[in-house]
Ligand binder design. Structure first.
Ligand code: SF4
Length: 373
């Protein structure tokens, strides 16, 4: 394994979380890097750390604010876990992360990989950090026919890494595996000629590098259809917060109806909810036609097009519409909601919350909706 460390010293990536490392900054960077590309994290990491420099500041922050700093990184359960973990660290470890892997594992959101990464990188504790990179490299080095997601695979690779791990600078060893997996031993086209293991790697000697690890048979990804409505009442925008459990928990969203509705169907929905028909698709968006009932607002609707978002386990196919509600009375101003009838305003408040454009831009939205944001 000396060759690996020599390779690492010459090729290690210059990443911000490797400078001025603390246990807390290691934890934050590892959480951000889960399921997210390094280039994406580069922007978020310094901003997040500047605003939340330690567990105490993170534990004291509101979920909405933390989500705002996380917006666009996806997998918001990681941000929620960081908050829960920070509160636990303040309560049980006096505001500082402990060095032992078994104590790190007590912290909500920290699993075996992360505890190994924090213990070895920040505390020089000889603990493996077994992730997908590590499993891929070791399964190839030893031509192990293992399936990455299985517990026995983890156990097998963990004990092999533990045996190989040097007492001195164990963090460098783990980081060397992370970099080798990202730069050289990549999933689809490993660059074996650049690899420090090219003369000993079993998979390479067999010419079967990409046969290891074994692939799990792919399951069909379920598809859901959604209709996203960006509703303006005067200059305010109707938003709502998603439930605190489940997909995209706690994030803000626009009105979301099931199915991919046509413009006519959206117009019918609007009529059933507000008693307000929108102009037909072929009518101009800025139709001068006002509904006959002056107590009803004028509604203009236009398509925002189709979009899709792929989650790890699910796909959303979406269509979006912008709906602008304004007073149908000639004296009513379209710049605020005061000219809308009380009934209509009350009905809108049942669907969500009307926010000003400034408030709107400060809310953390699900990135799945970025096409309609
Ligand atoms: S020789 Fe090739 S397959 Fe083997 S560890 Fe190196 S890059 Fe991966």
């Amino acid at each position: 394994m000396t060759d690996l460390l020599t390779w690492y010293l010459e090729n290690r990536r210059d990443l911000p979380w490797r400078k001025h490392r603390t246990p807390y900054s290691t934890w934050i960077s590892e959480a951000m890097l889960q399921q997210t590309r390094v280039t994406t994290v580069l922007d978020y990491y310094p901003r997040f750390l500047k605003r939340f420099p330690d567990p105490a500041s993170l534990a004291a922050a509101s979920e909405d604010e933390v989500f705002k700093y996380w917006e666009g990184l996806g997998y918001y359960s990681r941000a929620r876990n960081l908050m829960r973990g920070a509160a636990y660290i303040c309560e049980h470890f006096d505001g500082s992360l402990p060095s032992r892997p078994d104590l790190l594992l007590e912290i909500p959101g920290i699993g075996p990989y992360m505890s190994g990464a924090i213990a070895s990188l920040a505390f020089d504790y000889p603990e493996p950090a077994v992730d997908g990179n590590c499993i891929r490299i070791y399964s190839r080095l030893h031509a192990l026919p293992v399936v990455p997601s299985e517990k026995r695979t983890y156990d097998e690779i963990y004990s092999r890494v533990k045996k190989d791990m040097p007492e001195e600078n164990p963090g460098d060893f783990n980081e060397a595996l992370m970099d080798l997996g990202s730069l050289v031993c990549t999933p689809k086209s490993p660059r074996c000629s650049l690899c420090p293991f090219s003369t000993t790697c079993s998979a390479h000697l067999l010419g079967k590098e990409t046969d290891f690890p074994l692939k799990k048979p792919k399951k069909e990804t379920p598809v859901e259809e959604h209709t996203i409505l960006k509703i303006y009442a005067g200059d305010r925008i109707l938003v709502r917060k998603r439930p605190s459990q489940g997909l995209l928990a706690g994030l803000f969203e626009l009105i979301d109806l099931p199915g991919n509705l046509t413009q006519e169907e959206v117009s019918e929905w609007l009529l059933s909810i507000l008693g307000t028909p929108a102009p037909k698709a072929e009518e101009s968006f800025t139709s001068e036609k006002a509904p006959s009932d002056p107590t009803k607002p004028k509604a203009d609707i236009r398509s925002l097009g189709a979009s899709r978002h792929i989650f790890s386990h699910l796909r959303w196919n979406m269509v979006g519409y912008e709906i602008r509600l304004s007073s149908s009375s000639p004296s009513g101003s379209s710049a605020d909601t005061s000219s809308l009838s009380d009934d209509i305003s009350a009905m809108l408040q049942k669907l969500g919350t009307l926010v000003t454009p400034e408030e709107y831009s400060s809310l953390a939205f699900a990135s799945a909706l970025s096409a309609y944001r």
